[in-house]
Design a protein around this ligand. Sequence first.
Ligand SMILES: *Cc1c(COP(=O)(O)O)cnc(C)c1O
Length: 415
Amino acid sequence: MSAIWHPFTQHGLNEPIPLVDRAEGAALFTRDGRRVIDGISSWWVTTHGHNHPRIMAAVRDQADRLDQVIFAGWTHQPAETVAQGLRALMPAELTRVFFSDSGSTAVEVALKMALGFHAHTGTGRSGIVVMEHSYHGDTIGTMSVGERGVFNAAYAPLLFDVGTIPFPAGDGDNTLSALATLCRDTRPAALIVEPLVLGAGGMLFYPPAVLAQMAAICRAHDVLFIADEVMTGWGRTGTLLACEQAGVVPDILCLAKGLTGGSMPMAVTMASEPIYAAHLSTDRAKTFFHSSSFTANPIACAAAAANIAIWQDEPVRDRIAALAARQTAMVERLADLPGATNPRTCGTIAAIDVVTPDGGYLSTLGPRLLAHFRDNNLLLRPLGNTVYVMPPYCLDTEDHARIEAGIAQALHNLA
Ligand SMILES: *Cc1c(COP(=O)(O)O)cnc(C)c1O
């Protein structure tokens, strides 16, 4: 009997919890001798594949030199290399790199930077605008800017109020007019959005033109634009950043999951020069007061530096394009099966909905699908009645076909 209390796991359902011994590429190997295909990149983090030789070599090498050092007032080469690499790879306007440990902390840092900017420049603005169905993390601040529901109902007394714009319908006029009204009437500090794809909200996609217009409205009203690319970053939507497809450069950018290729916990919040300049002073009260014990851990930085080098030297974009084309072909075939609806892809992300009378996260369909996929040696984790595939970019055609067959079989069983 394990003492572990697992995340997002209802232990009362007594579902089996497989023990994973090792991983390679798109495959996980369990203690009981199974080879499981990782169809969701171990919760959206693994980009190039598990145990990538270049990343693991960098980790091993760094582990021999420097394990950990305080980052307040000290620095080290792996962090400097990551910062230089991000400056080279990410939009030129994002001149500053702040390290933290997870997507949630990257978002908390972004919110604090936005509030700090307005406090130190004396604009009197403090509110945050968010999009309906968004997910930005599970800490108190990130739950506050995320969709309210069963996930956070018990903690609602601790959450702060935000302005909410609707998810874009059609050409997004509903979203844009709501945003313009909120920006004019409530003078908020910032808008935070997941660009192009609302992940945990159910793999909901909206067009780049809407993203571009949201950014333009923010700019026109002096509202900071925060892009939470924790999931969409590092190629997931077909480009390095989803914002690229809209020609948008955010004021503040959150990156995590794929930053280390998914191998180590680490995040960065990148900021434009005016955000940094607002904190720059001989007045110690304007210091950016945020830190965690392991900020910019050298071993995690070595993994991130290796990931950045892979993006710089290898044809990652070609691999992504090839995978994206196969994903599109897969959902088009699956959509022809009875019980499947709303096929959609955005870059390497493919999703379909299963027709059910009770949609939503607690749909009874979820546990049945989960069990089916587990029995078929597939790591797929439907969001309610939405089945999605978000594999590592190294997934080969054979394993891809196994995923497709597993989903087709699930639809067949349900019909
Ligand atoms: C996963 C996710 C987060 C939270 O990241 P953690 O590393 O799990 O804290 C934040 N925003 C988005 C869009 C995410 O998908």
